[in-house]
Design a protein around this ligand. Structure first.
Ligand SMILES: Cc1ncc(COP(=O)(O)O)c(C=O)c1O
Ligand SMILES: N[C@@H](CCOP(=O)(O)O)C(=O)O
Length: 514
């Protein structure tokens, strides 16, 4: 029998209907356009956290956390352990997500959590290696006793501003009964990101380069999920962080790094700073906090596309019509999908009297308003509620570049530490917090979301003035260097239009021999 935290519902639903973990993962997005959430967040007591969990490896910790959200009858212990082991065996670090402590010496307590040791050098690998194996697991089970022509196949359709795409492709390449279509905005991702996605030769993978922005791509993906006919014909699956499994798999590194930064003690204050766009990464931190990990604050760091920062300050969620092209392009996002999940918990607590159905109705009304008027305003109680867990900082391009330079010069552990521009947005925000707080007892964990090699232009512009610096020698790993020599496979879609994308998918699906 599943516990309350092992069943799911849609953020926009006012019906009592709930879903199993498998339904939530395979369906990806609810049919009403809402996102799946566990209405009850499981609680872990302090003794379990600090006497038991603080001693576990990354993989053991992932198991304990995931077990609380997935019923045994859906995935038995041994299978879940094996999925986790396989998913992290592809990482280049034993610790999976190592914490580089006191990067600027022991005065600032600034620790960088390196999340980029997976196959595509981005934090997305932590979740997408697992999601790939999870899709395969569920499909194998469903298809085990079915004749060939009745076997279920999933058509994954995802949108990327650069990193989700390659991580999803590497998580799903060659997997049986799954095809993968990744939409990315033409000219708005870095050359290495494009090479990573387009040089994978597996037959089940196809990239679609769409004229438009990331938000256009994300809107198209959501429209495809909402298209009942297309969806039931092709079983559309999600790899974006609308998929609950993405958030679940990301929780582990909040716990794991917390224990490293505090030596497993609960007496130290810890703040996390997270470069944010679609709000998926930091939302995993919110779950960790609500489960009982005593995180002091979660700081949202945005670039000049600052809808999250503006919302936390005003309560107005407003879709501006122009996305700024910044030095941290993976965060050039106007509408942050996962913010809806946070809004559901806030709505339930502050306006719906802890009623799940009323919370769903409230969120649905807000998002209908966003669709019609391009904005919605929430009660003051919601912003005050959010402020208990979150703060936010907006970082400009100039500050991003300065931070890459500053850390290169000021780092002592290791010397000449090189940040990618997304991580630099987070580190700049962290330095601001350190100055504002002026409290030596706080440990700051700044999430490093990508390897600097993925963003050569931004890194070179910041560091080319230093005589000893060399991108080739100091930054570029061998496997990324080789990508430019490989054959590319991509299809252009000349307008950000749902029908054009659907046609492109059907055309390519017909050629795939799945
Ligand atoms: C390198 C990098 N940093 C930060 C982010 C922002 O993460 P999130 O969208 O989960 O807020 C992204 C994209 O999502 C990214 O690719
Ligand atoms: N920054 C992301 C955008 C997609 O976000 P997701 O986390 O919802 O998949 C990217 O790199 O593609």
């Amino acid at each position: 029998m599943p516990t309350d935290s092992q069943v799911y519902r849609s953020t926009r639903s006012s019906s009592p209907k709930t879903f199993s973990f498998e339904d939530a993962i395979i369906q990806g997005l609810a049919t009403d356009g809402g996102l799946f959430i566990p209405p009850t967040i499981p609680q872990v007591d302090q003794a379990t956290l600090f006497n038991e969990w603080s001693k576990l490896s990354f993989q053991e910790l992932a198991f304990e956390i995931m077990r609380l959200y997935i019923d045994q009858t859906e995935i038995p212990d041994a299978d879940l352990q094996s999925l986790i082991k396989r998913s992290y065996s592809t990482f280049r670090s034993d610790k999976v997500t190592p914490l580089v402590q006191n990067v600027t010496g022991d005065k600032e307590n600034l620790h960088v959590l390196e999340l980029f040791h997976g196959p595509t050098y981005a934090f997305k690998d932590v979740a997408l290696q697992f999601v790939g194996n999870l899709f395969e697991y569920f499909l194998q089970r469903t298809n085990a006793n079915l004749p060939e022509d009745k076997k279920k196949q999933i058509t994954v359709v995802g949108a990327t501003s650069g990193d989700t795409g390659s991580a999803a492709i590497y998580g799903l390449r060659g997997k049986k009964d799954v095809s993968v279509f990744i939409l990315y905005p033409t000219g708005r991702i870095s050359p290495i990101q494009e090479e990573q996605m387009t040089t994978v030769p597996d037959e089940n993978v196809q990239t679609l380069s769409v004229t438009g922005t990331f938000d256009n791509c994300q809107d198209i993906v959501k429209a495809i999920f909402g298209d009942k006919e297309f969806n039931s014909k092709h079983n559309v699956g999600a790899v974006n962080s609308i998929n609950w499994a993405r958030i679940l798999a990301q929780m582990t590194y909040y716990f794991y790094s917390f224990f490293q930064a505090t030596n497993g003690k609960d007496s130290k204050k810890v703040k996390f700073v997270v470069p944010s766009g679609n709000f998926g990464d930091i939302l995993a931190g919110y779950f960790a906090k609500k489960m009982g990990l005593p995180i002091e604050k979660l700081a949202i760091a945005t670039n000049e596309n600052d809808i999250l920062d503006r919302f936390l300050k005003s309560g107005l969620y407003e879709r501006s019509d122009k996305v700024a092209a910044t030095l941290s392009p993976a965060m050039d996002i106007l509408i942050s999908s996962n913010f809806e999940r946070l809004l559901w918990y806030l709505a339930r607590e502050y306006v719906a009297n802890n009623d799940d159905l009323k919370a769903g109705e409230t969120v649905n009304n807000w998002f209908q308003e966003l669709k019609t008027n391009g904005k919605f305003q929430v009660d003051k109680s919601i912003i005050e509620g959010a402020a208990k867990d979150f703060t936010s900082e907006r970082v400009s391009n100039e500050e991003t570049s300065e931070t890459i330079k500053d850390i290169y010069q000021a780092s002592v552990n290791p010397k000449h530490y090189i940040l990618d521009p997304h991580t630099a947005v987070g580190v700049c925000a962290t330095k601001r917090l350190i100055a504002k707080d002026n409290d030596k007892s706080i440990q700051y964990i700044s999430l490093s979301t990508a390897h600097p090699a993925k963003f050569a232009d931004a890194v070179n512009n910041a560091l080319s003035g230093f005589s000893n610096y060399s991108f080739e020698k100091d930054v570029l790993p061998e496997d990324l260097r080789k990508l430019s020599t490989l054959k590319k496979k991509l299809k252009f879609v000349e307008r950000a239009d749902v029908e054009l994308v659907k046609n492109a998918i059907e055309e390519e699906l017909a050629k795939m021999n799945l």
